[in-house]
Design a protein around this ligand. Structure first.
Ligand code: NAP
Length: 312
């Protein structure tokens, strides 16, 4: 019989309320018993102002899910792993690649599961797209084009952390596309150049263009823009010998060689908690930093262009 693990959620904000709490409520493998948030609380569970108070008062809790912004992920994850808890990280898994590597080592040393989740990888189109690209049917991959464009004022109203160091700016949504691309391509992807457009009053970019190359030589180009609207573009097109594979709406829709494929209903966060449960049961971790590494490389290698103030 499947074991039910007691769980706490830390950082009760938009994504915790929209996705984590409903997904956990529907998942028999976890029982939400506590939350930690400075300004918010959740009905029906024990609430604490921060993770230190949570861990001090809940020594028997099995796992924590960290949903605060990336700049505080490392300290929270370290505290939870030090207390022997299994840890699920919202994306991005940290504000730097080295933080995540350190957490992975610590989780291994403590015998805890660390799950660096990428919710876009559980979008419905991802499994069939990956399978088709890996099949002989698709032939060689010739080019990849990503367009991830949305209106920041609509999708991140009032969020200041996205504009601060470690907040990633337009890479906060853009990394979702990179998480899909690095997962479905049967080749590794290396960054060759980038342009980062940064408003004069923010630390992070409002737009970015990435020029990458797959190890088979195919160009992989990504354009991220937060000045776009009113209709979002969350598209990935992959040209192959057998025609074009297109993902639309962030991985909710798929077409291959002009034919629309039925990929079923969306269940990104339920699938993430199933995966976290499976990792705990099998005493393993899942920490793939490749999407974050491409973003870090864009900051390392990119040309910065200053643009007009955003007016935060
Ligand atoms: P959010 O609502 O701005 O933040 C989540 C909560 O974290 C806040 O309500 C706040 O709760 C707490 N928090 C904020 N700053 C903190 C700090 N400095 N120290 C400790 N706690 C802090 O953000 P969100 O949209 O939920 O995003 C959180 C994470 O989820 C991000 O990494 C984001 O990339 C990811 N994500 C977001 C979405 C989305 O659609 N929004 C989708 C997928 C993934 P208290 O003030 O009560 O502590």
């Amino acid at each position: 019989m499947t074991r039910t693990y007691t769980l706490a959620v830390v950082g009760i904000g938009k994504i915790a309320r929209d996705q984590h709490l409903p997904a956990i409520a529907a998942q028999p493998g976890f029982e939400l018993v506590a939350c930690a948030s400075r300004n918010a609380s959740v009905e029906g569970v024990r609430n604490y102002p921060d993770i230190a108070a949570l861990l001090a008062s809940e020594p028997t809790i099995d796992a924590v899910s960290l949903c605060a912004p990336p700049q505080v992920r490392y300290e929270q994850a370290l505290a939870a792993l030090d207390a022997g808890k299994h840890v699920m990280l919202e994306k991005p898994p940290g504000a730097s690649v080295s933080e995540v590597a350190a957490l992975h080592d610590i989780a291994h040393a403590r015998g805890c599961t660390l799950f660096a989740s990428w919710h876009s990888r559980t979008a419905s189109a991802v499994v069939p797209a990956r399978a088709w690209l890996a099949s002989k049917e698709a032939g060689a991959i010739r080019a990849v084009e990503v367009r991830w464009k949305e209106d920041v004022r609509r999708w991140h109203p009032g969020q200041q952390w996205i504009w601060e160091p470690g907040g990633l700016g337009v890479f906060d949504p853009g990394i979702n596309a990179l998480s899909i691309v690095t997962h479905i391509l049967p080749h590794e992807v290396a960054l060759r150049g980038a342009t980062l457009t940064v408003p004069s009053d923010t630390a992070t970019p409002i737009a970015a263009e990435l020029d990458c190359i797959a190890t088979n030589g195919a160009p992989v180009r990504a354009v991220f823009d937060w000045r776009h609207g009113p209709v979002e573009e969350w598209d990935i097109d992959i040209e192959t010998d057998a025609g074009r594979l297109s993902m639309r709406e962030g991985g909710k829709r798929l077409s291959i060689a002009g034919k629309e494929i039925d990929v079923g209903a969306e269940r990104e966060y339920p699938a993430l908690y199933e995966r976290f449960h499976e990792l705990i049961e099998t005493k393993t971790s899942d920490v793939d930093v490749r999407p974050l590494r491409l973003v870090a490389d864009a900051f390392l290698n990119g040309r910065r262009i200053e643009t007009e103030a955003f007016g935060r």
